[in-house]
Design a binder for this molecule. Structure first.
Ligand code: CO
Ligand code: CO
Length: 319
């Protein structure tokens, strides 16, 4: 889940406050207070980014679990959703996808409770995940404050690599590192964000780094200053983008961000597309006080400081 037109519509048509809703539409997940427990709920469905069905299932599950982690929650249970053409695929493919999903869920400590499939010409798979959170320590998409540090916990470029794989420009082997990242859970990053007293947090998925950063500044009433050279990028991405391997999603994201992002003149068109590249199972984008960085350093996990929160009114500046 994440801020989108659909989320906006849901927010609009449901008038009236429900005191049990701690976080409503427009964040990575909804949070509902039930008998004192904060229940985190989300859903996400994706199309294949790799050829192997088991790996696709595992990645899709990670991608869905990520929205629970982006709220500072702990996954508990999940339901599967599969769009599937029974003419095009053997039943064993669906079984492998589900085995992959269960593998990821087990690593996250969550259990698959059931699911639903429907006929679809294009293969789609995802999960609705339920988790729990500490009601007094929920990581929201808004809340970033001036002088906070912006960090990201995975490199970007997955959409470009997936497009290149589909286009026959890269082999499964070239995708190895990217697949490892997509299979990396955001559990540790989420735990550290809570420990570091993060002021805001979201996961980087379909809207790309800039799209999700926009959602953070919009709700926080600040500007982000992002240093392009500090943004970590996966291997092969630069050569693929120069070869024209860019997904439709990156162009759409950039179009949406027109007027919302101010690029320095030295930022090339390729760089802009890369910063708007849709990610699958991307890292967490976190704002934190300078002293909170130590928590991430001490834990020894991968992260990059990509910029700083500055005074403003919802704009992103890329230098
Ligand atoms: Co989402
Ligand atoms: Co999200």
């Amino acid at each position: 889940m994440g801020p989108s037109d659909l989320e906006e519509i849901i927010g609009d048509i449901q008038s009236g406050e429900n005191p049990s809703v701690l976080v409503g539409p427009g964040d990575d997940a909804g949070v509902y207070l039930l008998n004192g427990t904060a229940i985190v709920e989300t859903v996400d469905v994706i199309t294949p980014v790799v050829n192997d069905p088991f790996t696709f299932g595992a990645i899709s599950a990670n991608n869905s679990l990520s929205d629970v982690y982006a709220m500072g929650g702990m996954p508990v249970s999940a339901l599967a959703i599969a769009g599937f053409s029974s003419c095009d695929y053997e039943p064993v493919v669906l079984k492998e996808i589900l085995r992959g999903a269960v593998h990821s869920l087990n690593r996250a400590g969550a259990v698959l409770m059931g699911g639903h499939s429907f006929e679809d010409s294009e293969l789609k798979f995802g999960l609705s995940v339920m988790g729990i959170a500490n009601k007094d320590n929920i990581l929201k998409v808004s809340g970033a404050e001036e002088d906070d540090i912006i960090i990201i916990t995975k490199p970007i470029g997955i959409g470009i690599l997936a497009t290149s794989l589909k286009g026959g420009k890269l082999t499964d082997d070239d995708m190895k590192t990217a697949v490892e990242w997509m299979l990396t859970l955001n559990d540790k990053a989420s735990e550290l964000a809570l420990k570091a007293g993060a002021t805001a947090c979201t996961d980087v998925t379909g809207f790309g780094l800039l799209g999700h950063a926009h959602n953070m500044v919009k709700g926080s009433g600040v500007d982000f200053e992002i240093k392009k050279d500090s943004v970590p990028v996966l291997e092969h991405v630069h050569e693929m983008i120069n070869a024209g391997m860019v997904s439709e999603g990156a162009y759409n994201n950039l179009r949406f961000l027109d007027g919302k992002v101010e690029f320095s003149s030295h930022i090339t068109d390729e760089d802009r597309l890369l910063l708007a590249d849709p990610q699958t199972s991307g890292g967490l984008l976190i704002t934190v006080k300078e002293k909170g960085i130590k928590v991430f350093e001490d834990a020894g996990i991968f992260f990059s400081v990509i910029g700083r929160v500055i005074k403003g009114s919802g704009k992103i500046v890329v230098r």
